[in-house]
Write a protein that binds this ligand. Structure first.
Ligand code: FAD
Length: 152
């Protein structure tokens, strides 16, 4: 989700802005407040053209004809939101995240959720760790084991 990525980027750069054709209602109120508190501007329009010099993109033109310059461009178009998927599956959520127990099990006994989708620390190592916990629990669940020790 573009809002999540913009908030993450805001920690490293002086200024971040989002250009999106999606309605503002698609952003949760928690993220709207974060965008405001970090001075992340939201321009609601479609991008008509991305321009550059010597192979490097440095500005974009909106469908309204406005030119926006930038030092770096991150494209989040097409990044699916795990929350949309969770809602489709009817999983229990808490705020912007999928609710899980200590083994990463969701409210559906056959669905596990890990990493950013379940909230918490937004770091790769945490997502990988969650994945390990879920993998062990899935093996136990599929094989009907009370414990799992990998002897291979
Ligand atoms: C600019 C930036 C810099 C960062 N720098 C660092 C760093 O230096 N170190 C660090 O540890 N972390 C960093 N992070 C955070 C790190 O990227 C995340 O913590 C990590 O990617 C989370 O991994 P994940 O697998 O939980 O989620 P994601 O990487 O978001 O992966 C989830 C995937 O699931 C897909 N998906 C979701 N819903 C659906 C669906 N319904 N159907 C199909 N696919 C779906 C998404 O498209 C996505 O590809 C940074 C993040 C950003 C944005």
């Amino acid at each position: 989700m573009a809002a999540e990525e913009a908030v993450e980027l805001a920690a490293y750069v002086n200024s971040v802005g989002i250009v999106s054709h999606n309605p503002e209602e698609n952003i949760s109120s928690a993220y709207k407040n974060l965008l405001t508190s970090k001075n992340i501007g939201l321009t609601l329009t479609r991008v008509k053209e991305i321009k550059g010099d010597g192979g490097l993109a440095n500005s974009l033109v909106t469908e309204k004809g406005e030119t926006i310059s930038f030092d770096a461009l991150f494209i989040a178009l097409g990044v699916a939101s795990s929350l949309d998927f969770a809602r489709q599956l009817g999983l229990e959520t808490s705020g912007d995240f999928i609710k899980v127990d200590n083994n990463m099990r969701t409210s559906n006994a056959k669905v596990w959720s890990v990493g950013m989708a379940r909230g918490g620390v937004n770091q790769i190592v945490k997502s990988v760790g969650d994945g390990g916990i879920a993998a062990v629990d899935i093996i136990k669940s599929v094989k009907g084991l009370p414990n799992y020790i990998d002897h291979t």
